[in-house]
Design a binder for this molecule. Structure first.
Ligand code: HSE
Length: 399
């Protein structure tokens, strides 16, 4: 329950990278947050930082052991260290705000239990879709059984790269370098461009939107690093764009599925005009059709603003109730679902790994070949580990 007069928040911040610094600057510009950063724990003492040097420490215990600090904000990019920090803070009864989607996607089961055992809360709206308040909306507004699907562009970096390629004819490497320089990409950009970042975010969205926590290893993710000029030309000739999309969908018989894959997106889709580092999430439900959330998905200030929103939510003692998981019968995750894909390949040996149920279009030319056909997600999952080694590009057609 929210108390009218709550305690001032004294924050221990882990990490002063793009988002940590973004939060710091956002906090300096708000009058009413009633939250102050007391200590910042960093890894590298030699980096130049735009903040009072007395705030910094290299010792996590200076935050975790400080009884005066009543909120831990974890914004580091090392998922294993983040897990140790969050675990340690919760077990000491300190509430936490985290932005680490990989850590959350792998450890939420345990972290939910720790919240219950020790009474502390863990908030992480900033972990998915940057500034878009998607998690809290799924938790609070979509708190019933009507939701049928969540489809979206969840990764700002890959969307930025695709925008540069499609709108400016820029090369892939140059576009990626720009996304890194602008602070959108993770320190290891493979995370962004191979769809892992979107995968972890969709694990979190599926938990709050559907109620089921899925092991990320069980989910098909394919990224954009193999995109070639042939694929861009193919899409342009057909009048569509290619976006990296996460799709979470309820199926008949108490099941649901999800996957992350490039998608051929047509002009009538809500996400067609989502460009640059913006993210867009389409929520579809029984009786209310489609709704669309749109906003900046990456960058220090937009993501810092989302962290501030979690901090302010803690001020009012807000915590996630995991309503779908706790008060409904969550559906089972399944890969028993057939989708239509565009598969561009070079070598027929690569094609032979794909077990198409039907083929609707086939092209063989001097420079590249493709098939469009229907294939079961389970049959793509079977070759998930092999996929990065094949010279192919895969995109769902949305049919
Ligand atoms: N690297 C992430 C992205 C940052 O590009 O979306 C925000 O989660």
């Amino acid at each position: 329950m929210a108390s009218k007069k709550s305690e001032k928040l004294r924050i221990g911040l882990f990490g002063f990278g793009v988002v940590g610094q973004g939060l710091f600057e956002v906090l300096q510009n708000v009058q009413t947050a009633e939250a102050v950063i007391k200590t910042i724990c960093i890894k590298d003492p030699d980096k130049k930082r735009k903040a009072d040097p007395n705030l910094f420490t290299l010792d996590p215990e200076q935050i975790l052991n400080d009884p005066d600090i009543n909120l831990v904000v974890e914004l580091i990019d090392d998922a294993d260290r983040a897990y140790e920090i969050v675990r340690s803070a919760l077990t000491r009864g300190k509430s936490v705000v985290s932005g680490n989607k990989k850590m959350l996607a792998h450890h939420l089961n345990e972290l939910i239990e720790l919240q219950e055992t020790f009474g502390a809360a863990l908030l992480y709206d900033a972990s998915a879709c940057g500034s878009i308040p998607v998690i809290r909306n799924l938790e609070e507004y979509y708190d019933n059984d009507l939701l049928q699907s969540i489809t979206g562009i969840l990764n700002g970096s890959s969307n930025y790269i695709l925008s540069r390629i499609f709108s400016d004819n820029m090369g892939y490497d140059e576009a990626l370098a720009e996304a890194q320089a602008l602070g959108f990409a993770e320190s290891d950009p493979v995370f962004d461009v191979e769809g892992f970042d979107s995968l972890y975010k969709s694990v979190i969205l599926a938990l709050h939107g559907i109620g089921t926590l899925v092991d990320p290893d069980e989910v098909v993710n394919f990224g954009i690093s193999n995109l070639s000029s042939h694929d861009v030309l193919f899409a342009k000739e057909k009048g569509c764009r290619i976006k990296l999309v996460a799709e979470i969908r309820k199926l008949p018989d108490e099941k649901f599925t999800f996957f992350v894959m490039p998608k051929l997106v047509w002009p009538d889709a809500y996400i067609f005009n989502v460009e640059d580092e913006y993210n867009g999430v389409v929520i579809e439900g029984q009786f209310y059709d489609k709704q669309f959330m749109f906003g900046k998905g990456a960058g220090g200030h937009p993501t810092g603003s989302a962290v501030l929103s979690d901090i302010t939510a803690r001020k009012h003692n807000y915590r996630y109730e995991y309503k779908k998981r706790n008060f409904f019968n969550p559906p089972y995750y399944s890969r028993d679902w057939v989708i239509e894909v565009y598969l561009r390949y070079h070598d027929v040996l690569d094609l032979s790994h794909f077990d198409f149920e039907t083929i609707t279009e086939k092209y063989s030319g001097p420079k590249f070949n493709y098939v469009i056909g229907r294939i079961k997600l389970e049959d793509i999952y079977r070759i998930k580990k092999l996929l990065p080694r094949l010279n192919v590009f895969l995109a769902s057609t949305g049919k």
